[in-house]
Design a protein around this ligand. Structure first.
Ligand code: NAD
Length: 247
């Protein structure tokens, strides 16, 4: 068990990559806090994980609202005492070419992906700094490293969470808190299911390993970064993209 007795808070974990990360952590002995916008979605996912014999609890939390995040973190601390691992996974896309991109599309994506990560880091780091222990993982994207036509808002937000991880790594290192980013490529979830077959085939041509990734591919790297095995790794970005970007 690589995360025995650890407590992990994963944002946007009712489904998709976040859910897979939470379940993977739970399988390795962690108590996982499933959090997402709707409480009933969190409860359903937590119940499914618990039905497999693992430990999971559910708290609704909209990461764009700092007061909501603070309230949620306070409630988790009151009930469970601490948070050892934070995964900033909640994210959205609002794709469109830049000339046609509305201010609202820009704001919505920056608010969830970047401001949401800021809110959760701000609130959870209070707890971790006091405990002098913690692992923070920001879910970026390969798009935040390479850019992409039609995703200027998303690319900027994901470059932001990668840079935020690098900066917090430097600020928190002396308190035994590591901060890293994971940058997935094209992973099979609801977010990518909505792409047309034509777009998917084009994407696959750019993936040397020739397939889309699975949520488990991303969760495996998060597990490593959250475990003691990664105690000496901070400020890094691990790409999980089938070889799309090498640098
Ligand atoms: N799927 C991919 O190919 C891919 C690639 C690179 C990066 N990512 C990133 O991985 C993360 C998870 O993506 P996914 O594919 O599982 O997407 P998804 O849409 O399946 O899941 C995202 C989850 O975040 C939640 N969420 C959205 N706004 C929220 C908010 N304001 N507060 C709390 N929760 C909120 C949603 O309700 C949903 O449960 C995202 O940050 C995404 O940008 C995904």
């Amino acid at each position: 068990m690589r995360l025995e007795n650890e407590i992990a808070f994963v944002t946007g974990s009712a489904r998709g990559i976040g859910r897979e990360i939470a379940e993977t952590f739970a399988r390795e002995g962690a108590l996982v806090i499933i959090s997402d916008i709707k409480l009933e979605d969190c409860q359903a996912t937590a119940a499914e994980i618990a039905a497999k014999g693992y430990r999971a609890d559910a708290f609704a939390c909209n990461v764009t609202l700092s007061q909501d995040v603070d309230k949620t973190i306070d409630a988790i601390i009151e009930k469970h005492g601490r948070i050892d691992i934070l995964v900033n996974n909640a994210g959205i896309t609002r794709d469109g070419l830049f000339l046609r991109m509305k201010e609202d599309d820009w704001d919505a994506v920056i608010n969830v992906n970047l401001k949401g990560t800021f809110n959760a880091c701000k609130s959870v780091s209070r707890v971790m700094l006091k405990a002098r222990k913690g692992k923070i993982i920001n879910i970026g994207s390969v798009i935040g490293v390479m850019g992409n036509a039609g995703q200027a808002n998303y690319a900027a937000s994901k470059a932001g969470v990668i840079a935020l991880a690098k900066s917090l790594a430097r600020e928190f290192a002396s308190r035994n808190i590591t901060v890293n980013a994971v940058a997935p490529g094209y992973i099979k979830t609801a977010m990518t299911d909505k792409l047309s077959d034509e777009v998917k085939n084009k994407i696959l041509e750019a993936v040397p390993l020739g397939r889309m990734g699975l949520p488990q591919d991303v969760a495996n790297v998060c597990l490593f970064l959250a475990s003691k095995e990664a105690d000496y790794i901070t400020g890094q970005t691990v790409l999980v993209d089938g070889g799309m970007v090498t640098y």
